[in-house]
Design a protein around this ligand. Structure first.
Ligand SMILES: [Zn+2]
Length: 120
């Protein structure tokens, strides 16, 4: 509780000038506390409207839930909510896909988001 070691694993922590004597965890334990995200792949395509389909991490097994949107903004929104836009390259790849009318993006979903796709 002095803030010098991680409360869970006992690893030494880097000095924290703002330390306020609350429990501290090392980055490893913080990461382990995050909910495990499900890696899935979203495939999107424009025909008469934007069509989104999802595949399991094996890129073969389709998930039952599908979406149709009238604007590509909704596709971007979905990618954002699925943590697919981690960096500029991801954003550019999505923009490019939307520009040519089809593409795919890896998403990282919470169990709750994943289960919704699974239910169809
Ligand atoms: Zn730790």
């Amino acid at each position: 509780m002095t803030g010098k070691i991680c409360c869970l694993c006992g690893n030494f922590l880097p000095d924290d000038p703002d330390h306020q004597h609350r429990e501290r965890l090392c980055t490893k334990c913080i990461a382990a506390r995050q909910p495990p995200f499900r890696n899935i792949y979203m495939y999107y395509m424009f025909s008469t409207d934007w069509y989104c389909q999802f595949l399991e991490a094996d890129l073969k097994t389709p998930l039952p839930r599908k979406f149709r949107f009238s604007t590509s903004d909704k596709v971007v929104e979905l990618a954002e909510r699925g943590r697919g836009l981690k960096d500029l390259a991801c954003k550019q790849a999505l923009d490019h896909g939307i520009g040519i009318g089809r593409g795919g993006i890896h998403l990282y979903l919470t169990d709750e988001q994943y289960n919704k796709l699974k239910r169809g």
